[in-house]
Design a binder for this molecule. Sequence first.
Ligand code: ZN
Ligand code: ZN
Length: 113
Amino acid sequence: MKPALEFCPSCKCVLLEDRKKKVLLCRKCGFQKPLGSSESQRFVESIEKPRETVIVKDTTKGDDRTLPITKAECPKCGNTKAYYWMMQTRSADEASTRFYQCTKCKHTWREYE
Ligand SMILES: [Zn+2]
Ligand SMILES: [Zn+2]
């Protein structure tokens, strides 16, 4: 896409793009305008950076197939393997808590320090 032409505000000449200096330049009077402030430039930027899609996995809904398994003893049945995941509790500056779910009886508990 060709950016729209911009004109010098004092002598109405077409401004030329100087990519090295990142300016739009008027050859006649020496007027300079920084590149990137025009609408066309902003439009190019916005299509080049698509919005990041953040997939938040809801670990509370019992879909444990993708969770990693670690060695942890189930307090209920004594099984030594459990799925685990981290979860941020309360405020963001608090350390996240590790949760376990027994691979056998599906009992869920959290790690206490
Ligand atoms: Zn000019
Ligand atoms: Zn268990």
